[in-house]
Design a protein around this ligand. Structure first.
Ligand SMILES: NC(=O)c1ccc[n+]([C@@H]2O[C@H](COP(=O)([O-])OP(=O)(O)OC[C@H]3O[C@@H](n4cnc5c(N)ncnc54)[C@H](O)[C@@H]3O)[C@@H](O)[C@H]2O)c1
Length: 248
């Protein structure tokens, strides 16, 4: 894809399945990549790719500020920001104020903290591309998912507002909106709930026109496209990568 070699990218949630898949693709395309994640286990898989990984809670304002400054000092100014980190709290109308605070502090406020610390670096770099992870859950209602879905709808709204704020600085802002992706989060939650993984996979697959769940590299490819100059006329948009989930 055009315009990616040598660009500096930051991916939050880099140790999660979709953050990692985004990193793998950006590295393949020639980017120099930094990563934030709350967890530190499995960090070697990032160092093997030459990624500058820091253990950062994106909801912690001073930690985010210091970690963004460390990237600029070590690698240079970030031109690509992939806001992938998220809390998964699935609650309906009974959600408590503490649960709301928990999910909003990461999915909305944390995403904003990272973005506001990286935008000055993008301006120094002469422009950039921000990719916010929304979801098909940012388009439709799902029973008992109100906490999660509210944040995924909000990320689409933030994207359209930031696209307006940042267009004069040559910074594009878009979302990627995956359908159900076959990840360890999916298999782990099946195990936790005592559900049969193959049976749940068949159930989830049937929700998509293509008859299957997506795979992480299919999301990494969409992220790389939005980051690249091939998407140079896209801003304020949603790139839906859902195997036809929303078309049903
Ligand atoms: N997996 C799917 O089917 C699917 C579908 C649609 C959208 N998404 C979106 O894709 C993104 C990635 O999902 P995933 O499936 O890779 O999940 P994941 O749980 O594998 O990855 C999320 C990562 O974010 C990190 N994280 C959580 N809170 C953090 C914090 N406060 N600070 C820093 N890091 C933090 C976690 O440690 C984890 O590594 C999310 O935004 C999710 O909403 C996923």
């Amino acid at each position: 894809m055009r315009g990616l070699p040598g660009k500096i990218a930051l991916v939050t949630g880099g140790l999660g399945d979709l953050g990692y898949a985004s990193i793998v693709r950006l590295v393949e395309e020639g980017c120099v990549v930094a990563s934030f994640d709350l967890k530190a286990d499995d960090e070697e898989k990032l160092s093997a790719l030459g990624v500058f990984h820091q253990t950062v809670n994106i909801a912690d304002e001073s930690a985010v500020k210091a970690a963004c400054a460390a990237i600029q000092q070590k690698l240079g100014s970030v031109a690509i920001l992939v806001n992938c980190a998220a809390r998964f709290i699935f609650r309906g109308v009974e959600a408590t104020p503490a649960e709301w605070t928990d999910i909003l502090s990461v999915n909305i406020i944390g995403t904003t903290l990272v973005t506001q610390n990286i935008v000055p670096q993008m301006k120094t770099a002469g422009g950039g591309s921000i990719i916010n992870f929304s979801s098909v859950s940012g388009f439709v209602g799902q029973a008992n998912f109100s906490t999660y879905n509210a944040t995924k709808f909000a990320l689409r709204g933030l994207t359209k507002c930031w696209a307006q704020d940042l267009a004069p600085a040559n910074i594009r802002v878009n979302t990627v909106c995956p359908g159900y992706i076959y990840t360890s989060a999916f298999t782990d939650s099946c195990k936790k709930l005592g559900l049969d993984i193959d049976e749940e996979d068949r159930r989830a697959s049937a929700m998509h026109l293509l008859g299957r769940q997506g795979r992480p590299p299919e999301i990494g490819a969409a992220v790389a496209f939005l980051a690249s100059d091939d998407a140079s006329f896209m801003t304020g948009s949603d790139l839906v990568v859902d195997g036809g989930y929303l078309a049903k």
